[in-house]
Design a binder for this molecule. Structure first.
Ligand SMILES: [Zn+2]
Length: 347
């Protein structure tokens, strides 16, 4: 990957090119934006640009051929550190940052960052899952953020600014990323061979909210099947949100391991519900302005709900989605959500 094949985020590229050109690069960046839009790849390219031995380090460019470029690409370069939540755990841990109990400060991320750079240039760190940093874990990182080794650049990757602790926010330069344009998602879908037909790729991109990760999920056959089930449920009359919540739980229990994967899948389910509600609202408002038009069948169940009620349902679902990261058990969360929905919609 080089900057010519990287898609989107032009404004952020220009910003970093200026900062690097003027030697005014900060040491800690909080990169926020939805998942699957290329934030991590962007950081890897910055790392490559800063370390490439064949290009001017004051330019945002890479040769993509030197040993350094090859190693950064393969994630084997000793000066580029990667840290992410253990898939079995829900959060980044103090052990990961400061080393295990018996070896505090003699291993772990903060220790490794302080080891002299192999390249004699600088160390670069890419920390995924910044959303999951808890107060005590974040505290163990603050000293490193306040007094980083000379030249070190630390990228913290999160989904939204709101989810970050104020202690981290106040010590970082915040860089915001937006979802990718549909044309870019289409190109990535074809590049990753999710589908081979360009018009199918375009259709998939339109539903992917500017995220290649979301496109991948939408393209997963089990998820597609479950997506159809969700839509079928939402078309039932009378609507049965309690039964619907139970069917989501069954699906999660059968298909997805506990912990973060299950929370991610639940998020996806609620996103689908939000999508249906939003489309329903749009159809309803559109119909209100064009008398005599009948709503599409798939949105018919919402016909007897007022726009205001649908907006409230969207808000309730968004709130439930936000609560997923608070580690409430999915079954309890969905039970509360469906009860609130029924009360609001008077079902
Ligand atoms: Zn190079």
């Amino acid at each position: 990957m080089d900057w010519t094949t990287f898609l989107g985020h032009q404004r952020q590229q220009t910003w970093f090119a200026n900062a690097i050109g003027q030697s005014k690069l900060a040491s800690t960046f909080l990169m926020v934006g939805p998942t699957g839009i290329g934030k991590r790849t962007f950081c890897k390219l910055i790392a490559k640009s800063l370390l490439c031995t064949q290009t001017d380090p004051k330019e945002l460019s890479v040769c993509n051929r030197c040993e350094t470029c090859v190693q950064v690409e393969k994630q084997t370069h000793p000066d580029v550190l990667y840290l992410a939540r253990d898939p079995e755990k829900s959060v980044l841990t103090i052990d990961q940052l400061l080393g295990s109990d018996g070896a505090r400060m003699r291993e772990g991320f903060c220790y490794e960052l302080r080891i002299r750079p192999y390249s004699n240039r600088r160390k670069i760190a890419i920390i995924d899952d910044a959303d999951t940093l808890k107060e005590d874990t974040a505290n163990s990182l603050l000293k490193t953020l306040e007094e980083p080794p000379p030249g070190a650049v630390i990228f913290l990757l999160g989904t939204s600014e709101k989810r970050q602790l104020s202690t981290i926010r106040s010590r970082s330069q915040i860089v915001r990323f937006s979802p990718l344009a549909d044309a870019h998602v289409t190109e990535l879908i074809l590049r990753h061979q999710l589908v081979s037909d360009p018009s199918a790729a375009r259709e998939l991109a339109q539903r992917a909210h500017g995220s290649i990760q979301y496109a991948q999920e939408l393209n997963d056959p089990t998820l597609q099947e479950f997506r159809n089930q969700i839509h079928a449920y939402l078309q039932q009359r009378p609507m049965d949100f309690i039964g619907f919540a139970k069917s989501i739980i069954d699906h999660l229990n059968q298909s997805t391991p506990e912990g973060q994967p299950r929370r991610d899948r639940l998020k996806w389910c609620l996103d689908e519900v939000i999508d249906v509600l939003r489309n329903s609202l749009w159809t309803q408002m559109h119909i209100a302005s064009q008398e005599g038009m009948e709503p599409e069948d798939r949105f018919a169940p919402m016909r007897n709900l007022s726009a205001r009620t649908i907006i409230e349902l969207i808000e309730l679902t968004q709130e439930a989605r936000e609560n997923i990261q608070r580690f409430i058990a999915p079954a309890a969360l969905l039970e509360a959500w469906s009860a609130n929905i029924c009360r609001t919609a008077r079902l």
